[in-house]
Write a protein that binds this ligand. Structure first.
Ligand code: SF4
Length: 373
C-alpha cells in the first residue's frame, strides 16, 4: 500500500486544476488555520503516518468554510479525530465492489451498466468518502493500461451505460479524458457515459469552455455531481453548472445524507430547490455507506426515513431525490422507506436492521444511533 508521501496528490492534479491543493494547516485561510485544535493537528499527523485518506482541499472549497468546528463545509474536508474511533460495522469495501470486479478497474454489478474507476485522485478529499480505503491505496491516477476493461466492455453488449468515477475523472487532463472517452466508444459505440464528479463544487473553474466542449463532443454524456449543502452552490459553481446546462449536458445531483451537515428536511428542500432552479436534476439522496472512519457522519436509518418523509411535503416531485442505500457488502441499491426494514437482530457488530433486497435476500445495516453522537 502506498502512503501519501509516495503519492503526492497535490502534484498529480496541479497541472490539470491549475492550482495547488491545500494539504497543510498553514496554507488554509488564516481564520481557518487559527481554528485548528491540537487534537485535530495530532490527527492530521496520524493520517500522514498511517497513510490514511489524505487531508487535501482546494483553495476554493476552503474559502467557503467558516472556522467553527461544526461548520458543514469545514467538516466535509477537515479531518476529524473521530475518524480514528473503532467502528465494528465498518467495511473496507462497503459496496462490495471487489466481488463484482470484471477487470482491475471495472466493476460490473448491474446488468446494463458498469463502473470504471477512471482516476485515483480527487480535487480534495471528502472525509465521508465511501471509497476512502481504495483512494488511500491506489498508486496510479492514469488509465494507461485498459486492455482488460475495454475487452470486457466490447464482449458485453448488455452494458448500456458506463459510469466514470474513482476518484474524480476530472483530475485527468482533457487530452487523457478525450482519449479515454474515444476508447470507450470504440469498444462500445453509442454507450452512454456518466461522469461522476465533485469538481463543479470544489474547483468549478475546471469546467471551462474547453472541458464543456469535450463533453458535448462525446454525447450521449451526462454528469453526476455530488452536492451536499446549499452553501456549496457558490457563484463560480452556479456559473459552471449553468454553462453545462446551457450546453445541453444533463446533470444529476447526488447528495449524501450527513449527520450535522444536511440532516434537516428544510435545508435539503432548499438545496434541491436551488438545484432545480439551476436546471439540475436531484437524483439520489444516499444513506451513508459503512466506510471506516465515517460513523460520526451516519444519520440513524429510521431518522433518515423520517427526514425523507417530511422532505416529501416540502419539495415538488421533480425536486425530490430518491432516498437510497447501497446494501452493505454488495447487495446493490435499494430505495429506503419504513417497509424495507424487515426486523432487527443482535450481531457481534451490534444491533442491526435486517433489510431485504428485491430477491428476498437479507442484508444488515446498523440500527444504533448512539455511535459517536
Ligand atoms: S470527490 Fe468523490 S471519490 Fe473523491 S473523496 Fe469526494 S466522495 Fe470520494
Amino acid at each position: 500500500m502506498s502512503t501519501p508521501a509516495e503519492k503526492p496528490v497535490w502534484v498529480d492534479v496541479k497541472a490539470i486544476l491549475k492550482i495547488s491543493l491545500i494539504s497543510s494547516i498553514g496554507d488554509l485561510p488564516p481564520e481557518l488555520a487559527a481554528s485548528v485544535s491540537l487534537e485535530e493537528k495530532n490527527y492530521i499527523a496520524e493520517i500522514q503516518r498511517r497513510g490514511l485518506l489524505p487531508f487535501a482541499v482546494t483553495p476554493h472549497f476552503a474559502s467557503l468554510a467558516r472556522p467553527e468546528q461544526d461548520d458543514p463545509i469545514r467538516r466535509q474536508f477537515f479531518p476529524d479525530p473521530r475518524e480514528a474511533l473503532p467502528d465494528p460495522c465498518a467495511l473496507n469495501d462497503p459496496l462490495g465492489e471487489y466481488r463484482f470486479r470484471a477487470a482491475p478497474r471495472l466493476v460490473h454489478q448491474y446488468r446494463d451498466r458498469a463502473l470504471l474507476l477512471a482516476a485515483g485522485t480527487c480535487a480534495g478529499y471528502c472525509r465521508h468518502c465511501f471509497r476512502r480505503v481504495w483512494l488511500s491505496s491506489v498508486s496510479s491516477n492514469g488509465m494507461e493500461e485498459l486492455q482488460p476493461e475495454l475487452a470486457y466492455l466490447a464482449a458485453h453488449p448488455e452494458i448500456r451505460e458506463i459510469l466514470l468515477s474513482g476518484g474524480d475523472p476530472l483530475t485527468l487532463d482533457n487530452a487523457v479524458l478525450s482519449d479515454l472517452f474515444r476508447r470507450l466508444r470504440e469498444a462500445r459505440p453509442g454507450v452512454l457515459l456518466r461522469v461522476c464528479t465533485r469538481v463543479a463544487i470544489t474547483e468549478p473553474l475546471r469546467l471551462d469552455s474547453e472541458t464543456i466542449a469535450l463533453f458535448a463532443a462525446f454525447r450521449p454524456l451526462r454528469l453526476a455531481v455530488q452536492i451536499n449543502h446549499p452553501r456549496e452552490l457558490s457563484a463560480p459553481s452556479r456559473a459552471a453548472l449553468a454553462a453545462c446546462v446551457n450546453a445541453s449536458i444533463p446533470i444529476h445531483v447526488q447528495t449524501v445524507l450527513l449527520r450535522g451537515i444536511n440532516d434537516d428536511p428544510a435545508l435539503l428542500a432548499q438545496l434541491f430547490q436551488n438545484c432545480l432552479d439551476l436546471g439540475l436534476s436531484p437524483y439520489y439522496l444516499f444513506q451513508m455507506d459503512l466506510a471506516p472512519g465515517t460513523a460520526h457522519f451516519r444519520v440513524p436509518l429510521k431518522r433518515g426515513i423520517a427526514i425523507y418523509r417530511e422532505l416529501g411535503g416540502l419539495i415538488s416531485g421533480p425536486g425530490l431525490s430518491a432516498y437510497a442505500v447501497d446494501l452493505p457488502g454488495g447487495g446493490g441499491k435499494i430505495r429506503l422507506h419504513e417497509n424495507v426494514i424487515a426486523g432487527e437482530k443482535t450481531t457481534p457488530a451490534g444491533n442491526v436492521y435486517v433489510l431485504k433486497d428485491s430477491n428476498g435476500g437479507e442484508w444488515y445495516y446498523p440500527a444504533g444511533d448512539e455511535i459517536y453522537s
